[in-house]
Design a protein around this ligand. Structure first.
Ligand SMILES: [Zn+2]
Length: 374
């Protein structure tokens, strides 16, 4: 099954305001959103979810000095409830893959030499959220596709590009990125402030590695394990990301015998492969004014905190993936929302449960500090 049949042409998009240059995917995406929300020709599922989105509840919770946005948002229920990569899940044939079986009215924009289709994400964290799917079914493993993430950040300059590893919060085994309008999530703002040397609670950025064209930072005391790579050089960014990933694989080998969490390197039923990539959530953005890339890496143990595995009456259904790592916590049940609102310490615990622990961070920091400039 190939997704190219769902491509919407520039001439169709011109009816929805696309007057941009052929290479301008930012303008195309704006027009695509208008088309998909058109009551006559659009995608009913998205239109329905936009109505639901108008009723979401939101509050700010201060978690050990760091503000986190808590939302009650049922449009994200499919992702929050997904058990695709959890123990007991079974291999999904392509015929059962959500991305291989789009609705007829679901349209998208082909990009990067027709290898990806940009779709509007029906699970709405911020209106305009995107899913960027490989046109053909392949496993959710970024190894050979990080350069595609860079290329997408270069094309979609209005957006931050997101990636959730299969064992770190992805809900679909079909290779995909997500994207959200730049700087819409509170964590993005906080990261910018930290890089400017401003205070965010007691968090601070610590420079671990400096090369002629790039830097690696660790964000200390940010509730969740967070690393940043900043560079103006595409090749250097790739080198630093690959180096970081290789170090993280070594550290992830400590993920063994943790209740409810698969050991690192285990067989992944949903994709029929052995786990080979470090567990992480990624955000990448490119600033055309400064020509600089900023990559945020959140190293994880799992996307599910221990509260998820409690008995039904005490269970909290949440998953910590990239949006949550960027400070936007999503609940789909009123009871979960209320509990998290009343007890910020629960959120602190969920970040602790799902991030790599202090010992693993120390190991990673030692390796990154010892990294020679090239
Ligand atoms: Zn698929």
């Amino acid at each position: 099954m190939d997704l190219t049949a769902h491509h919407i042409s520039d001439s169709e998009l011109s009816r929805y305001g696309f007057i941009g240059e052929p290479g301008d995917d930012n303008m195309r995406v704006k027009a695509l959103l208008r088309q998909q929300l058109d009551p006559q020709t659009g995608w009913r599922c998205l239109i329905r979810n936009m109505e639901r989105y108008s009723r979401i509840q939101k509050s700010t919770v201060n978690v050990r000095g760091i503000d986190v946005i808590l939302t009650l948002n049922e449009t994200r229920a499919a992702s929050v409830n997904a058990q695709t990569f959890e123990a007991g899940a079974t291999k999904r044939a392509e015929s059962q893959c959500f991305l291989c079986q789009p609705d007829e009215a679901q349209r998208g924009i082909l990009t990067l030499n027709h290898r990806y289709l940009i779709l509007i994400n029906p699970g709405i964290t911020i209106p305009g959220d995107l899913t960027i799917a490989s046109v053909s079914h392949r496993p959710q493993v970024i190894a050979d596709s990080f350069s595609d993430m860079i290329a997408l950040a270069r094309r979609l300059t209005s957006y931050s590009i997101f990636y959730n590893g299969a064992m770190a919060g992805a809900s679909i085994p079909h290779f995909h990125f997500q994207a959200g309008l730049k700087n819409s999530l509170i964590g993005e703002e906080q990261i910018s402030q930290l890089l400017e040397g401003l205070e965010v609670g007691c968090a601070q950025s610590v420079l671990l590695h400096q090369s002629p064209t790039g830097q690696i930072y660790w964000i200390k005391d940010f509730s969740r394990a967070t690393y940043l790579i900043r560079s103006k050089d595409r090749e250097d960014l790739e080198y630093l990301f690959n180096t970081f990933s290789n170090f993280l694989i070594e550290v992830d080998k400590e993920i063994v015998n943790i209740p409810h969490i698969p050991d690192f390197g285990s067989y992944i039923e949903a994709m029929d492969i052995l786990e080979s990539e470090p567990r992480m959530n990624l955000m990448l953005k490119y600033d055309p004014l400064t020509a600089e890339y900023l990559l945020a890496i959140f190293p994880k143990i799992s996307n599910r905190p221990t509260a998820y595995f409690r008995s039904p009456e005490d269970q909290i259904i949440v998953g910590i993936a990239i949006k949550e790592s960027l400070g936007n916590l999503i609940c789909c049940r009123w009871s979960d929302y209320q509990r998290l609102q009343q007890s910020p310490e629960l959120t602190a615990q969920m970040y602790r449960d799902t991030s790599i622990n202090d010992g693993m961070m120390e190991q990673l920091n030692r390796r990154l500090t010892a990294l020679e400039s090239v």
